[in-house]
Design a protein around this ligand. Structure first.
Ligand SMILES: [Zn+2]
Length: 547
C-alpha cells in the first residue's frame, strides 16, 4: 500500500512538498511488529500491508509560524493537515477519525472539524478532502465572544489575540457575516471558526473555518481596524467564492501535482471586490473609504508595467510559478497581480450588468446563480465558458468588452463603466515633482544596491538593472536614505552621474532625469446624474437582500 503526503494545501497555490519535512518514519502491524517500507519517488511511501491494520508514525519538521505551513513551538501547535497527515493512495474518500493530545498544560483545540460527542479532542471528517481543509490550532487559546447568524454559531479562537474591545469587534464581525450570507442567501455549514494563529501576515480560507495571522492590539486605530475588516471579510467570503462557487479545476484537488486554473481572478479578485462591498454594506466603512479601496487596487495595477505584458487569465494560471503577487527578481516587470486587477474588473462587470438591466440585476445575481446552479445543483465547479455564460445570461447581453479585460492586456476604460453608476475617475496623468530616475534601492553590508528598476524609466533605458551596485552617486558614496531627497531636489532634464558595478565591470553612467507622470485615479460622484445612475449608485453602495 502506498501512503502519500500532499505536495500542496488548497488555498495556497504553491508547491510546498510537505513530504520533505517527514522524518523518523516507522510502521508497525497489529501485533506491534515492525513492518517494512520504502520511500518512493516524490510524495509516497510504500508499506508492506499483510495484516490489514497498520500503525504508521513519523515526525514532521516545522520551521515558521505561517498559515500555509504546519508549526510547533512550546506555546502552540498549528496543524495544517495537508502538511501533517498521510492518506492511503486511492482512499481519499475514506472517513477519518482524529484524536488530538494537547501537550502538557495546553487546554484548547480550535478547528472547523466536527467533534465526536462525549469524547474530548476527538474529531471526524467524512473524507480526506474535508480533513485537509480543516486546520487545527492547539495551545492555550482565547475565545472571543461567539455570535449566531440564523442560529448557526460563529467562533473566533486565537493564540495571543492581544488587548482590544472584543465585544464591539465581534459585533462588527457579525455584521460582516450577516452581510455576506444575505448576499448569497444560504449558509452551507453547521458552525464556522475564525482561527487566529498569532501575529504575522496572511490568511487562508477553508471549508467552514479560516486561519488568519491576527494581532488585535492595534485595532484601536481606525485604519488598522478597517484593514482587518477587509481582510476577515475576504477570508470569510471565500467559503462561498472558491470553496463552493469555484472553478472546475479547484476540486476534487490534485494533491500530487497541484490544481491550476485560469480563474483565480474570479476566486481571488472577486473576493477582494466583495470584501470591500461587504464591509461597506455592513455599515463599517464610508463611501469615501470604499472608493479609496478601489482606487488602491487600480493604482497598484496601473503602476505595474506587467499590465502591458500579462493578462488576468495568464496571471491566474502562472501563479504556481510566479508567486501569489507576481514575479520578483529580473522578471518583476512582466507580471500583474489578480488581487489588483481582479477587483477592478469585478467593479466594471457589476456596473455593466446593472446598466444593461436597469439595475434589475447585478454581479450579486451572478454569484447567487453560480452557487445555486453549480455548487448546489450540479455539485461541481464551472468552466471559463460557463462562468461567462452565466454573466451574459444575467446581463441579457454580450459582455465581450469586459471579458476582453480578462483575457487581454487592453487598456482599461474605467470612465465608461464608472459613469453607469454616476461616478467619475481622474485618469489624467499629472507631473510628479522632482527628477525621475526610476530605481528603488536597498542597503546590504554597507553597500547600496538597486532593488528594482521601473520599466522604460531613464534608469532602465540607461541599462541599469536589479542588483547593480551603486559605488558613487554624483561623485560621492551613496547613502540609501539620501537618494530620494537628492532626486526630489533635481529637475527633469538635469543630469545625475553614477558609478555602478554591473557584474565585475565598473561603469560610469550619466543619466538625464525624466519627468514622471502618474494619474491619481481618484473616484468621486458626478455632479449631475440621471435617474438610472442614482438608482445604480444607491443600490450598489447599500443593497442587502436578506433571506
Ligand atoms: Zn483570498
Amino acid at each position: 500500500m502506498d501512503v502519500k503526503m500532499p505536495v500542496w494545501s488548497p488555498g495556497y497555490y504553491q508547491r510546498l512538498d510537505f513530504a520533505n519535512s517527514v522524518e523518523n518514519f516507522q510502521v508497525m502491524d497489529d501485533s506491534k511488529q515492525v513492518t517494512g517500507w520504502r520511500k518512493m519517488p516524490g510524495n509516497a511511501w510504500r508499506v508492506n500491508n499483510r495484516s490489514g491494520s497498520l500503525v504508521i508514525s513519523y515526525d514532521v519538521r516545522t520551521s515558521r509560524p505561517f498559515v500555509g505551513t504546519p508549526y510547533l513551538d512550546e506555546e502552540r501547535g498549528y496543524i495544517l493537515p495537508a502538511g501533517v497527515f498521510l492518506y492511503p493512495e486511492g482512499e481519499i474518500n475514506h472517513s477519518v477519525t482524529l484524536s488530538v493530545k494537547p501537550y502538557l498544560t495546553w487546554r484548547n483545540v480550535a478547528t472547523g472539524l466536527d467533534s465526536v460527542s462525549g469524547k474530548q479532542f476527538v474529531y471526524v471528517a467524512p473524507d480526506y478532502d474535508v480533513l485537509y481543509d480543516s486546520p487545527i490550532l492547539v495551545g492555550n487559546l482565547e475565545e472571543l465572544p461567539p455570535f449566531y447568524v440564523k442560529g448557526i454559531p460563529h467562533r473566533f479562537i486565537a493564540y495571543k489575540p492581544g488587548e482590544f474591545d472584543k465585544v464591539s469587534f465581534m459585533n462588527d464581525l457579525k455584521k460582516i457575516v450577516e452581510t455576506a450570507t444575505s448576499l448569497i442567501g444560504d449558509i452551507p455549514y453547521k458552525h464556522y471558526t475564525f482561527i487566529g494563529i498569532g501575529p504575522g501576515a496572511g490568511g487562508i480560507e477553508h471549508l467552514n473555518s479560516t486561519t488568519v495571522s491576527f494581532n488585535g492590539s492595534n485595532l484601536g486605530e481606525l485604519q488598522n481596524r478597517l484593514k482587518m475588516y477587509f481582510f476577515l471579510a475576504h477570508e470569510y467570503f471565500h467559503h462561498y467564492n472558491v470553496k463552493r462557487i469555484r472553478p472546475i479545476e479547484l476540486g476534487p484537488f490534485d494533491y500530487d501535482n497541484g490544481s491550476r486554473t485560469k480563474m483565480l481572478w474570479v476566486s481571488e479578485g472577486l473576493s477582494v471586490y466583495y470584501e470591500e462591498m461587504i464591509v461597506k454594506r455592513a455599515g463599517l466603512c464610508t463611501e469615501d473609504e470604499l472608493l479609496n479601496a478601489f482606487r488602491s487596487n487600480i493604482l497598484a495595477y496601473e503602476g505595474k508595467p506587467g499590465r502591458l505584458y500579462q493578462s488576468l487569465t495568464q496571471a491566474s494560471y502562472e501563479t504556481w510559478s510566479d508567486g501569489p503577487f507576481g514575479r520578483t527578481g529580473d522578471d518583476v516587470n512582466k507580471t500583474i497581480s489578480y488581487y489588483d486587477k481582479g477587483p477592478a474588473v469585478g467593479m466594471l462587470l457589476d456596473f455593466k450588468i446593472r446598466h444593461e438591466t436597469k439595475n434589475k440585476k447585478s454581479l450579486d445575481d451572478v454569484m447567487r446563480a453560480l452557487y445555486k446552479e453549480f455548487y448546489q445543483q450540479r455539485k461541481r465547479g464551472f468552466t471559463e465558458d460557463e462562468f461567462r455564460q452565466v454573466c451574459e445570461r444575467i446581463a441579457g447581453t454580450s459582455l465581450a468588452d469586459v471579458f476582453d479585460y480578462v483575457s487581454t492586456t487592453r487598456e482599461v476604460d474605467y470612465k465608461k463603466y464608472l459613469q453607469y453608476a454616476g461616478l467619475d475617475i481622474d485618469t489624467v496623468s499629472k507631473n510628479i515633482a522632482g527628477g525621475w530616475l526610476g530605481i528603488s534601492v536597498r542597503e546590504r553590508k554597507d553597500s547600496v544596491f538597486i532593488a528594482g528598476v521601473d520599466w522604460n524609466s531613464p534608469a532602465w533605458n540607461a541599462g541599469l538593472r536589479q542588483r547593480n551596485l551603486i559605488v558613487e552617486l554624483d561623485g560621492a558614496k551613496p547613502d540609501v536614505h539620501a537618494i530620494e531627497p537628492i532626486l526630489k531636489n533635481k529637475n527633469p532634464g538635469e543630469k545625475i552621474d553614477l558609478l555602478v558595478m554591473q557584474g565585475n565591470e565598473k561603469k560610469n553612467i550619466s543619466i538625464v532625469l525624466g519627468q514622471k507622470m502618474e494619474a491619481p485615479f481618484t473616484m468621486s460622484r458626478r455632479s449631475a446624474m440621471d435617474e438610472l445612475q442614482k438608482v445604480i449608485l444607491e443600490s450598489w453602495l447599500n443593497d442587502r437582500k436578506g433571506f
